[in-house]
Design a protein around this ligand. Structure first.
Ligand SMILES: Cc1ncc(C[n+]2csc(CCOP(=O)(O)OP(=O)(O)O)c2C)c(N)n1
Length: 637
């Protein structure tokens, strides 16, 4: 049963789609917003997901679906983590209790899920390019009455792609509305020149005074430009720097800039949007909102409540996860604590993250050694080339990027780092199947996309102690590009703070000897394989287990031994089968004239949706049970 069924909402219960919403009187929209907000709080406290961002855009969501003729008018949510209200208003209220669950609805907009999800998202800064494409398509199809709107946060606005979109949109002069949702936060506080610029506009008393005069007092928005200019003339000194076309960032891009307006006044927002509908050409509406609006703890602790996990909706207390109870550390914390330890000894070490300081735990270094750890904004390409620059001058950057977001910076890895053989250490967090975030976020491609780059060392630790030792090894003098990928979540070692040990490059290790079959693993699946081997042993199946540690260079000594000893080999990886670790082993076999039966366990050639990590490991067949079954059937054949 849908646990939300009992929740009563006078208006929300009547809204099956935006058409129902449009039947409600404007004066009642604040109540609709209250109900929608309550619904999100109830749902996300029990079934975790992204939280603060959706609360912040409740009024905007209601106003957009109220004013625009969705789904004919096209609405694109950048990143899409703030689209819960949108999902609830567009026919998915009754399914919302399955949000992010296995076989449930996705936590992000997804085209195949609803006609209201006009563009799939998950990674930041794509909305302007996507909506520009839609606007041009509408023009070419002569659908002149179709309106197109992108909603982008100030965090996503720091991504280079957003500016590539703005630049191109200005050349196309297309009919497009970009709504910039400015809450001065990414997941952590937003950083850089853009956020400062937006803050300056929002906080300028002179600007806000004139805005009142012009916008509310003098007349209609579509005459805004003219009225504003005459008002500016009266207040020239104070306003010149803020509003003139040459000085307003967005106006300089040929967008007409409107705002900032209060993004929590739903009635006013509907008025503004109605007016903007009448203005042709590229427009940008700057709204100011509060992340977590309406839930006190989320407003006060915006980073924690970005995606808090389960929490008590009455007290705001966040329930601890199983790892905390077990005291096994998360891999990200091992990274965070280890980089501080290493950087305190090796002054050349610097840390870089593109907007994920708390996600990857580089915030520990930012706090302890502030001058040497950098949050560069949602800018993966820049993060890599910035690291290359640091390395070119003799520093040793640890560039920590989630595996899935590193896809953005592939050319920078090759062109700026690998070709120049620069000593940059890539720490790819969230490698493998990440769980509830689903297809857009699984870090399953990195082993395949890193191993074909010359000069690159590609490694994946099986547990926390291995991660520490690989990080230690990677910062030693004489290294080049070095990639270390590790998964989301906890490891197994409760006491992981052992003294550092150098790991020989390209050297794997024997976990257990065996006779019937060899299992070769890379990364965390080695833990599952170890459990499978123990279980098989009780059934008198003797499997040798090797944790290869490196996918490049491969441990050829181990491989020669394995191919000489066994005719049945299973490889296991938490990544795509095509081009990954198993492929590397098969290539080795072919090139060295061996023959054996190889079974490759990993992620198949399809996009894996959301679920718990355990559910997805099982689906792909490389959890403990999957490995056990694969070995058993292989051996008994
Ligand atoms: C390319 C990319 N890098 C990093 C992320 C991780 N991420 C998800 S939401 C977010 C912050 C977005 O901030 P903003 O656009 O201002 O939206 P808000 O959450 O403040 O509403 C980040 C960094 C991502 N989704 N995509």
């Amino acid at each position: 049963m849908n646990p939300m069924e009992e929740k009563k909402g006078r208006f929300l219960d009547t809204i099956r789609n935006p058409e129902d919403l449009r039947k409600i009187a404007v004066r009642d929209l604040p109540e609709v917003c209250d109900e929608l907000r309550d619904y999100i709080i109830d749902a996300v406290s029990a079934n975790p997901g992204h939280f603060g961002a959706s609360l912040g855009v409740v009024e905007l969501t209601v106003a957009l679906h109220y004013v625009y003729n969705t789904p004919y008018d096209l609405l694109v949510w950048d990143v899409g983590h703030q689209a819960y209200g949108h999902k609830i208003l567009t026919g998915r209220k009754d399914l919302f209790h399955t949000n992010r669950k296995y076989k449930g609805i996705s936590g992000f907009p997804k085209r195949e899920e609803s006609e209201f999800d006009t563009f799939g998202t998950g990674h930041a800064s794509t909305s302007i390019s996507a909506t520009l494409g839609m606007a041009i398509a509408s023009k070419l199809k002569s659908e002149d009455d179709r309106k197109i709107v992108a909603v982008i946060g100030d965090g996503a606005m720091t991504g280079g792609m957003a500016f590539e979109g703005l630049n191109n949109a200005s050349a196309q002069n297309s009919d497009l509305l970009i709504i910039l949702n400015d809450n001065n936060m990414a997941i952590d506080p937003n950083v850089g020149g853009i956020s400062q610029y937006l803050l300056n506009i929002s906080k300028s008393q002179a600007y806000n005074r004139i805005k009142r005069d012009v916008w509310e007092g003098l007349g209609k928005l579509h005459r805004f430009g003219y009225k504003l200019r005459s008002a500016i003339q009266k207040n020239q000194h104070a306003l010149k720097n803020i509003l003139l076309k040459e000085n307003n960032l967005f106006e300089a891009f040929n967008f007409r800039y409107f705002g900032p307006v209060d993004g929590h006044n739903v009635i006013y927002l509907t008025k503004v949007l109605r007016d903007l509908k009448k203005i042709p050409g590229p427009k940008l509406l700057h709204i100011v909102t509060r992340k977590g609006k309406g839930f006190k703890q989320a407003e006060l602790n915006q980073t924690k409540f970005h995606a808090p996990g389960r929490f008590n909706k009455a007290t705001g207390e966040i329930y601890t996860c199983d790892c905390d109870v077990d005291k096994a550390p998360k891999f990200q914390n091992v990274f965070g604590e280890t980089i501080v330890e290493l950087a305190e000894k090796n002054k050349k070490i610097v840390g870089i993250t593109p907007a994920m300081p708390s996600g990857c735990s580089l915030n520990l270094m930012m706090k302890k050694i502030p001058g040497r750890a950098f949050d560069v904004g949602i800018a993966e390409q820049h993060a890599v080339t910035f690291s290359a620059g640091l390395a070119a001058q003799g520093l040793i950057p640890f560039c920590n990027i989630y595996s899935t977001f590193m896809q953005r910076a592939y050319d920078q890895v090759i062109h700026d780092v690998a070709i120049q053989n620069l000593h940059v250490v890539f720490c790819l967090d969230r490698g493998g199947l990440v769980g509830e975030d689903g297809a857009t976020h699984h870090g399953v491609f990195d082993l395949a996309y890193m191993r074909n780059i010359p000069n690159m060392i590609v490694s994946a630790p099986m547990d926390e102690i291995e991660l520490r030792n690989l990080m230690y090894t990677a910062q030693l003098e004489g290294m080049g590009p070095f990639s270390i990928r590790y998964p989301r979540g906890c490891g197994i070692s409760v006491s992981w703070k052992k003294p550092f040990r150098k790991i020989e490059i390209g050297k794997g290790r024997v976990i257990s000897e065996g006779e019937d079959i060899a299992i070769l693993t890379i990364g965390k699946p080695g833990i599952f394989a170890k459990r499978a081997v123990n279980k098989l042993q009780k059934e008198n199946i003797s499997a040798a287990l090797y944790d290869m540690r490196f996918i490049k260079p491969l441990d050829e000594a181990i491989l020669h031994t394995v191919f000489k000893t066994f005719d049945k080999i299973i490889t296991v990886e938490d990544g795509v089968i095509k081009g990954g670790f198993g492929s590397a082993v098969a290539e080795f076999m072919a090139q060295n004239g061996y023959s054996a039966k190889i079974k490759i366990l990993g992620v198949p050639d399809s996009f894996i949706e959301q679920g718990t990590q355990e559910e997805l490991y099982r689906e792909c067949g490389f959890d403990m049970h999957g490995i056990y079954t694969a070995v058993k059937t292989f051996v008994e054949k």
